[in-house]
Design a protein. Structure first.
Length: 94
């Protein structure tokens, strides 16, 4: 039996920017707080006036929608798409 690679272009993953449009306002806020501001789940929950479990739930859905697997990957994608800005490190060339 010979296995062929799937060459169907209709089965490709949507672009990251297309996936971003599936996030709700609170999920985007969660991305900004967790990835952009580097908050912990507890800090993000306090800032958003929700429970830690709610933030964890948002995070799980965000990861699934954006097809990311860690906060590091989420941060990298969010910075590359301009969702969050990372301030320059003190002493580094601009």
């Amino acid at each position: 039996m010979r296995i062929q690679a799937n060459t169907d272009t209709g089965s490709r993953q949507p672009k990251f920017t297309d996936r971003l449009s599936t996030l709700g306002d609170r999920q985007l806020e969660c991305v900004r707080r967790l990835a952009g501001e580097g908050m912990t789940t507890a800090e993000a929950a306090a800032a958003m006036n929700v429970s830690e479990r709610c933030v964890s739930s948002h995070q799980c859905r965000i990861y699934a929608k954006l097809d990311v697997h860690s906060r590091t990957e989420l941060l990298w994608r969010a910075v590359s798409e301009g969702i969050v800005a990372v301030p320059p490190v003190a002493g580094s060339p601009v």
